[in-house]
Design a protein around this ligand. Structure first.
Ligand code: NI
Length: 241
């Protein structure tokens, strides 16, 4: 069920039997030459919708605008500062909690959201569980098997595969593999801790950060969504039980 297409009467009836809600969070930012601007928001909400089919949860509209300052030298990126994002997240969660959603399950699709989301949850009168869709073992087994190190950090083949399945495929046979990242780089930049926008575009001119997006296939996206959906639904059920 999607909150935006329910009536208040239906929401009130749901709240008599469940206090759970799923809130997807993503971003609007460049995802390389083969990835859609809305990739992170699309991945989070599609997986949340698929999970909801297994666990009968309400899914709230995703928080699609988020902090992505490092990508502001690429057209199409929209970035909120982390403080504003935290305030928006807190007020959205606070509104849900006000109505009786005491178990808020955040399904995240963008690394830079994690810190502000944790801070936002502190002020909310509900239990909040925050998971990113790449936290789950089954999902990671598939990512590792299909892409290995080429998964990289940004414009990953796994997220591109998801949007290929749900939306559209962009092909560029001349696009070379990206520069491989060192393990030191990956450690130092976890949580999307990238530098100023101009330096980021200079260092990663096509927007990919170590991710070989061209390895993505729509069928893999379908499997990623279904695998994530089952793992998210199980985690959500345990959380709301
Ligand atoms: Ni992404």
């Amino acid at each position: 069920m999607r909150l935006e297409t329910m009536t208040w009467i239906e929401v009130e009836a749901y709240l008599r039997r469940s206090a759970g809600v799923i809130l997807p969070t993503g971003s609007m930012e460049q995802h390389g030459p083969l990835g859609l601007i809305g990739t992170d928001a699309i991945c989070a909400r599609e997986m949340a919708w698929a999970a909801a089919d297994h666990c009968e949860a309400i899914v709230a509209p995703e928080l699609a605008y988020a902090p992505a300052p490092f990508n502001m030298s690429f057209p199409g990126t929209v970035s909120l500062d982390a403080t504003l994002f935290r305030q928006v997240a807190r007020q959205v969660m606070g509104s849900l909690a006000h109505h009786g959603f005491r178990k808020i399950y955040v399904l995240n699709g963008h690394g830079a959201n994690l810190e502000p989301l944790r801070e936002a949850a502190e002020g909310v009168e509900a239990e909040v569980r925050i998971r990113s869709w790449w936290d789950f073992d089954g999902v990671n087994t598939l990512r590792q098997a299909w892409y290995g190190d080429w998964e990289g950090m940004h414009a990953t083949p796994s997220e591109v595969a998801v949007t290929q399945h749900t939306h559209r495929i962009i092909e560029d046979p001349d696009l070379p593999p990206p520069r491989k990242l060192t393990s030191d780089f990956i450690k130092a930049h976890a949580g999307d801790k990238h530098g100023p926008p101009d330096a980021h575009r200079r260092d990663f001119p096509d927007g990919r950060v170590g991710s070989h997006s061209a390895l993505a296939r729509p069928e893999q996206g379908r499997q990623l969504i279904e695998t994530a959906a089952q793992e998210i639904a199980a985690d959500y059920r345990a959380f709301t039980a």
